[in-house]
Design a protein around this ligand. Structure first.
Ligand SMILES: Nc1ncnc2c1ncn2[C@@H]1O[C@H](COP(=O)(O)OP(=O)(O)OP(=O)(O)O)[C@@H](O)[C@H]1O
Ligand SMILES: [Mg+2]
Length: 461
């Protein structure tokens, strides 16, 4: 059996000898150090499974040593040796990651039990770490799926940023999983037990922004029958996810910037500001740099939000994820609809050849549709959305012929309108993407849409 290595750290030479001998008698291998710096150096060199660490040391306090060794990978389990009556420091040390403490003079029986518990704990911790790693290699990270290099890099970033309190901005096209990323950050953060409150900025009317975000006191306005907590306060102790941040109006941007700066909120009709304990994750599928250049988004707010940026790559740039995602969604939906289904080769070819402008959401929707349509155990090309088949080759040629008949009697304006609507449909209404697909600027697209809208109202009159 593997003998665990224990690093014993104490400035009392007597303790090093006597306790060292007792540990060896219990069957452990033992290394020793007599001060802080040499404890750190020895730990790095011999990589002990466990440290028995005196709290009061020359050179460096036990707490400082703890901080350093707990940052190592793999980190040893640490049990503190404390003089009688220094329980408070020991409690602080446990918060900093120590497993437990034992008072001097050390009782052999208690020490034996504690060592076994701590080493078992370490074993479990390592096992969890290994499982997480192999899941990640298999393409799973929390609820996220994808084994491409791009996703592995993203998982790594999420893992790092989740442990901090940093404000995060998630960018990416529609349907790339921005909200899922925000949830994953929350679930993997120390705030996981707290609430996750998702707010879609484009869905809140500017006039209601304050009462929805800040909440209101009873009697603040007609209809305010009782106190109402806004989204900001609802997220206290947890994470506030601000979706479509690019759609905030200039006024709401100014109000929200103030909240971020002061970390305080004043309910509508309230008499004082209330401190806020929230972590903010924002998302946008708009290019905010462009919006800043156009004067539509505040630069100061952008820098406040953009402490750490995560970019969700579009599916067409990580095509190797398509099979795993497709299989995962088919399994989920097949189970939900009580079917057993697999894709045939023709269907696979279409999935792999498509550009997925609506990204993972489009793929997910296509898989749900296919599971509903297919009855006989196999999903074929005919169960996939028709536009997947119009992508290239013979299908495109056939499409061109029907196009010619379709074009008869159409004006250029009709054509343009049809093209724009088609692009918007394909991109799930994402204007930035639709404009790119059409080869026109976002501004031109906005202008054209406004013209159609005005035209439509005139028609309605
Ligand atoms: N990597 C992924 N693994 C599994 N499911 C995913 C992944 N990415 C996205 N999805 C799923 O795709 C759908 C769209 O994801 P999500 O809502 O997070 O996208 P989004 O980037 O917020 O889109 P939008 O900009 O349109 O709001 C959801 O059902 C989500 O669960
Ligand atoms: Mg979203």
């Amino acid at each position: 059996m593997h003998k665990h290595l224990i690093l014993l750290v104490d400035d009392d030479a007597n303790i090093l000898t006597t306790l060292g001998m007792r540990l060896e008698a219990m069957g452990y291998r033992v290394a020793t150090a007599a001060d802080g710096p040499s404890a750190v150096e020895t730990a790095a060199r011999v990589r002990p499974d466990l440290m028995l660490l005196d709290l009061r040391l020359p050179g460096m306090s036990g707490l400082e040593v703890l901080g350093v060794v707990k940052g190592a990978e793999p980190a040893p389990e640490v049990i503190l040796l404390t003089a009688q009556g220094s329980v408070e420091t020991a409690v602080a040390a446990i918060k900093a990651g120590a497993y437990d403490y034992i008072e001097k003079p050390v009782d052999s029986k208690r020490l034996g039990v504690l060592l076994e518990q701590a080493l078992a704990h370490r074993g479990v911790r390592q096992e969890v770490g290994r499982l997480k790693e192999s899941l990640r290699e298999m393409g799973r990270f929390g609820h996220m799926v994808g084994q491409s290099d791009a996703m592995q890099v993203l998982y790594q970033f999420i893992d790092q940023v989740a442990r901090t309190e940093a404000t995060v901005m998630v960018t990416g096209e529609s349907g790339t999983g921005k909200e899922l990323i925000a949830r994953t950050i929350h679930d993997m953060s120390p705030r996981a037990q707290g609430p996750f409150v998702a707010v879609n900025c484009s869905a809140i009317m500017a006039t209601l922004w304050e009462s929805e975000m800040f909440g209101f006191e009873k009697g603040a306005f007609t209809g305010a029958h009782k106190r109402h907590l806004g989204y900001l306060e609802q997220a206290a102790g947890g994470t506030l996810f601000l979706d479509e941040i690019g759609e905030m109006t200039p006024e709401t941007q100014a109000k929200f910037l103030r909240v971020l700066e002061t970390r305080r909120v004043n309910r509508v009709g309230g008499s004082h500001e209330i401190p806020l304990d929230i972590r903010v994750v924002a998302a946008t599928n708009r290019n905010l740099e462009e919006a800043i250049a156009e004067g539509a988004f505040r630069e100061d707010l952008y820098y406040r939000l953009n402490v750490f940026t995560l970019h969700a790559p579009p599916l067409r740039e990580r095509r190797s994820d398509i099979p795993l995602l497709a299989r995962t969604f088919i399994r989920q939906f097949a189970e939900a609809y009580g079917k057993r289904l697999e894709l045939d080769e023709a269907a696979w070819a279409l999935l792999k050849g498509h550009d997925w402008p609506g990204n993972v959401r489009e793929l997910r929707n296509a898989m749900e549709r296919a599971v509903i349509l297919a009855a006989d155990g196999v999903i074929g090309a005919r169960h996939l959305p028709p536009h997947l088949a119009n992508g290239g080759g013979a299908a495109a040629a056939a499409g061109a012929r029907t196009m010619a008949t379709m074009l008869e009697g159409m004006t250029v304006a009709d054509m343009e309108r049809k093209l724009i609507l088609h692009a918007l449909e394909q991109t799930n209404g994402n204007k930035t993407q639709a404009a790119r697909q059409l080869g026109i600027s976002l501004k031109t697209l906005h202008n054209k849409l406004a013209r159609y809208r005005d035209g439509a109202t005139q028609e309605a009159h």
